[in-house]
Design a protein around this ligand. Structure first.
Ligand SMILES: [Zn+2]
Length: 66
């Protein structure tokens, strides 16, 4: 479940932080478990998910309402 204030599920960077990658008001990276702040965190996250066997090939809908 998403926290009240979304943050990167890998590094904990809060959504809205200057270094959180976004386009207009929408995040650029996310998974079914939450937001990802950058391509680096996205690669780390999906790498872990593949190892865990929980990788979901179907893109999750963006979990943030914009
Ligand atoms: Zn991150």
């Amino acid at each position: 479940m998403l926290a009240r204030t979304p943050a990167c599920v890998e590094c904990g960077l809060p959504w809205g932080a200057p270094s959180f990658k976004h386009e207009d008001e929408a995040p650029l990276y996310w998974s079914d478990t939450g937001l990802l702040c950058s391509s680096t965190c996205a690669q780390t996250h999906f790498g872990k998910r593949r190892v865990e066997g929980t990788f979901v090939a179907i893109p999750a809908e963006c979990p943030v309402e914009v």
